[in-house]
Design a protein around this ligand. Structure first.
Ligand code: ZN
Ligand code: ZN
Length: 409
């Protein structure tokens, strides 16, 4: 029987024992009756989403979980951010994730988020420099979520080995971008010219005159980072023989799924923040499952709680994830392989991504179960899946979904 596959990825899911939680991890501390009911019927293990010891980024680890070795084509998250912001990209385009920032008269960055500027002001500013030619290259710029924006440079002879203009901290000047080779030096020159043009244009803008009148810091600079080249990626559908959809709210993951040719849905109320409506995501996942062979559901808030060092907040979000899982399981029926994992660990004690492996469980009606009663980092280590690399998850899920051909006679 061919089954469908639903993969739930909680960003930054894995954690370490937390003193605020009596020495338990947030997964151990959370009340999660739906997930644990599933856990008792599931197979368990741990995943090193890239390789043991490697500290994963969200983009590289998601690629790996979706069956793509990121080495060889991944150069930076810029292209995925640009796609996630709704831009169309061509192969070879160089894209950056950027912030609207505030610089003083000496070019020193005094606010990397320009007073947390938002739409519609960001859209109005972006429209001033949205499309231009610099040194023969096509330069496009667009607002993204909150204070964020994206820059895309397209043309011949461009390289992606360029340094950031964003200094990464306040009190430092906006940096001049430099390229590692001749092609990248060309990209860096174009980026530096764009940065000057945007500064001049924003400084004169109505938006900033009005902000000054209200006592708000001007959004008078663009700080760019994470430049990368839009690669040639085999579409998910061709690679795996499965139609692909995703329910996600974060720009990076939306863009990454779009780059793989997936249909991406963000239901009303679903955000990439702690206020996200996970039940809405659950309903969207069920609707998508009726049309697609493979559905990815991404939850960002677990990673945010980890970065904030917010143990209680991570527990709360996991309890909301549990309600979502209940909703999905009620509707998904027995014809689905259901897997839950994370893209990396973001322990609340570390406030950063770490190399700790993430727990994984796989459930489908009629498969073996490990007799483990809780889904968490410690219990998973006793499971039959032992430990996997991220790249091994897709073949496994496809195998259990009856989607792999027999090897041999
Ligand atoms: Zn992540
Ligand atoms: Zn993170």
């Amino acid at each position: 029987m061919k089954r469908k596959i639903l993969l739930l990825v909680c960003d930054g899911l894995g954690d370490r024992p937390s003193p605020e939680l009596g020495g338990r991890t947030p997964l151990q501390a959370a009340a999660k009756p739906n997930i644990d009911a599933l856990a008792r019927k599931a197979m368990h293990g741990l995943i090193y989403t890239l390789s043991p010891g490697v500290v994963p980024g969200s983009d590289t680890s998601h690629l790996s979980l979706l069956g793509y070795e990121p080495q060889g084509f991944y150069t930076g998250r810029g292209p995925f951010e640009a796609l996630g912001a709704g831009m169309k990209l061509n192969r070879g385009d160089i894209a950056f994730r950027c912030n609207f920032a505030t610089v003083d008269a000496h070019g020193i960055v005094i606010d990397r988020r320009a007073g947390r500027i938002r739409e519609p002001e960001t859209a109005e500013l972006a429209s001033l420099v949205s499309d231009m030619r610099i040194d023969g290259a096509h330069v496009r710029f667009r607002e993204s979520t909150e204070h964020r924006c994206v820059l895309v440079i397209g043309g011949k002879g461009l390289g992606a080995e360029v340094s950031d203009t964003d200094p990464g901290a306040t009190g430092m000047s906006l940096q001049l971008s430099k390229g590692k080779d001749a092609a990248s030096a060309k990209t860096a020159r174009i980026l530096n010219k764009f940065t000057e043009i945007a500064h001049a244009s924003f400084t004169e803008s109505t938006v900033n005159r009005e902000r000054a009148a209200r006592g708000l810091p001007p959004a008078n600079a663009v700080a760019a980072r994470s430049g990368g080249i839009y690669p040639s990626i085999e579409p998910f559908c061709e690679k795996h023989g499965l139609t692909f959809g995703a329910v996600a709210a974060e720009g990076l993951i939306k863009g990454l799924c779009a780059a793989l040719g997936g249909e991406v849905v963000t239901p009303p109320g679903a955000t990439a923040g702690m206020d996200t409506d996970l039940r809405a995501k659950g309903r969207a996942a069920l609707a998508m499952l009726s049309e697609k062979d493979f559905v990815l559901v991404h939850v960002k808030a677990t990673d945010i709680a980890g970065h904030d060092g917010n143990a209680r907040g991570k527990v709360d979000i996991l309890q909301k994830v549990d309600a979502m899982v209940g909703e999905i399981m009620n509707g998904a029926g027995d014809s689905t392989v259901f897997a839950i994992t994370g893209d990396h660990s973001t322990p609340v004690s570390a406030k950063e991504h770490t190399c700790d492996p993430v727990p994984v469980m796989i459930y489908a009606a009629g498969l073996r179960s490990d007799g483990i009663s809780s889904f968490d980092e410690i219990s998973s280590s006793a499971g039959s899946l032992t430990w996997l690399r991220g790249i091994e998850l897709m073949p496994l899920l496809k195998g259990y979904a009856g989607r792999n051909e027999k090897y041999g006679a």
